[in-house]
Write a protein that binds this ligand. Structure first.
Ligand code: FRU
Length: 487
């Protein structure tokens, strides 16, 4: 019964839980033709509560099948965020019938201990599956990593380090990360710390991810609060990792996404060498208001899956986030609308949108005007969502306050800024609009803004405005997007 997915604000091509509360993506791993997505889940309510791992699988990163809950809280605590790997060499001994097990590594959060005022309430546990993730067995000797006496000690992300022939765990520890290593996923030895004097420290460090990308190592690190536009956000470091120690190339604080709603994102493990992409997904919300947004049966969705690439441009090295190519098949080509420069060159030209679930590709030519512009989505209630470029500061921005019904939070309103990475007069933009979200990619996908929004009515018009009529809109292509639930 898919009818429930007609609800107001229900994302039509983003992953959301059928019902209940969801936060971080967890344990993403690829195995035997399936992309697994687990997630922080509380099935009994639409606010955060005793954490489980919800579960879904996909063959194409686009269409998802909901599966039964994978991990439930037990006597050691709630099941917080973590990762999953394929133990190809059966180092853990959990394998069966010559098939490698999937091993999940997660944080136990002992609520009783926390409430008693104890400090050591977060430990790490493991569980394994011998049937493609359908059923899970928790390791009887959990926890595998005891708490050393620090309250925030969580979100293990594990990978196999070829050169060192060992498992590496990256763990968020309050204001830094710690690296541990192991031969069997059960015994862990600490090797080093990173970060106390790097990056942003306006909030607690959570959900790290360390992986190799071309000639460098990338360390993703979520922080809450302290994001560039308030609340939760994800920073990253570029550096080197020798199997024991991470060394950053510089002291810069870099943000993966300047929008308010891309948090706790990490990447897929065990993508086959023949594909070799570094695939990312994030939680499309912000702890500032996640628990009060106006949905009723479920709360939260994931971002679109993105491929991360390391690029070099005018601002130096940085990450590009490229929506995965598999999404292209959702384009309803027959209903696509295309406009070229002869049709749309003037201020305030309005386009009637063929749908409110869209992918839009746009090319703007500033010429030598140096002028800014605004793209305005509007509905019959005159609510607006604006994406703009301010030429004086060379920043993109998003305006979320011209939409009604924001009483659920006083932190939701505002204009959010993202510095441009490029100065070229030709500006290529890609926008994805779904029932309650917008994702914006510019400057070769190096500037990203992901935001959620809750308009009373669907947007049915898009306007383009500039105070300089010599700025031209070279082309606009609007694709209605097919629903992943009703196809
Ligand atoms: C991040 C986070 C993680 C934690 C989980 C609990 O959003 O706070 O650090 O493991 O959520 O649900």
């Amino acid at each position: 019964d898919r009818l429930q997915y007609e609800e107001k604000y229900r994302p039509q091509y983003h992953f959301s839980p059928d019902s209940g509360w969801m936060n971080d993506p967890n344990g993403m791993v690829y195995f035997e033709g399936e992309y697994h997505l687990f997630y922080q889940y509380y099935p009994d309510s639409i606010v955060w509560g005793p954490m489980h791992w919800g579960h879904a699988v996909s063959e194409d990163l686009v269409h998802w099948n909901h599966l039964p809950i994978a991990l439930e809280p037990d006597s050691l605590g709630y099941i917080f965020s973590g990762s999953a790997v394929i133990d190809w060499q059966n180092s853990s001994g959990f394998g069966k019938d010559n098939k490698p097990p999937i091993v999940a590594i997660y944080t136990y959060h002992d609520m009783d201990a926390e409430q008693k005022g104890e400090v050591k309430y977060q430990t790490q546990g493991i569980a394994y599956s011998n049937d493609k993730g359908r059923t899970w067995i928790k390791y009887e000797a959990n926890p595998v990593l005891e708490n050393p006496g620090i309250k925030d000690f969580r979100d293990p992300k594990v990978f196999w380090h070829e050169a060192e022939n060992q498992w590496i765990m990256t763990l968020a520890v309050k204001d830094h990360v710690s690296f541990y290593k192991s031969n069997d996923l059960k015994d862990w030895t600490k090797s080093s710390d990173f970060g106390a004097s790097h990056g942003s420290h306006k909030g607690v460090w959570e959900c790290p991810d360390l992986f190799r990308l071309d000639d460098h190592w990338i360390l993703l690190l979520s922080i809450n609060p302290g994001g560039p536009n308030g609340g939760s956000a994800t920073q990253y470091f570029i550096g080197d990792f020798d199997g024991n120690k991470f060394t950053a190339i510089d002291d810069s604080t870099r943000w993966l996404d300047y929008g308010t709603d891309n948090y706790a994102g990490v990447t897929w493990s065990d993508i086959p060498q023949s594909d070799n992409r570094r695939l990312f997904i994030g939680w499309m919300s912000n702890w500032d208001y996640a628990q009060t947004v106006p949905t009723e049966r479920w709360r939260s969705a994931m971002t679109l899956p993105r491929e991360l690439r390391l690029v070099e441009n005018e601002k130096g090295k940085g990450l590009a986030s490229i929506p995965v190519k598999e999404l292209d098949k959702l384009r309803d080509i027959e209903k696509a609308e295309m406009y070229n420069r002869s049709e749309i060159v003037t201020s305030a030209s309005a386009i009637t949108l063929p749908s409110d679930k869209l992918e839009i590709n746009m090319q703007i030519d500033q010429g030598n005007t140096g002028a800014g512009f605004e793209i305005i989505f509007e509905n019959e209630r005159s609510e607006q969502f604006i994406i703009g470029m301010d030429s004086a500061s060379n920043k993109f921005y998003m305006v979320r306050d011209k939409i009604g019904g924001k009483a659920f939070s006083d932190k939701f309103d505002g204009t959010h800024f993202a510095p441009r990475v490029s100065n070229t007069p030709i500006i290529n933009l890609r926008i994805y609009l779904d029932a309650s979200s917008i994702e914006f990619f510019a400057d070769d996908y190096t500037v990203v803004m992901t935001e959620i929004l809750f308009p009373e009515k669907p947007f049915n018009q898009m306007k383009f405005e500039s105070n300089n009529s010599n700025l031209t809109l070279n082309s606009v292509v609007v694709y209605p997007m097919k629903s992943i639930w009703h196809e």
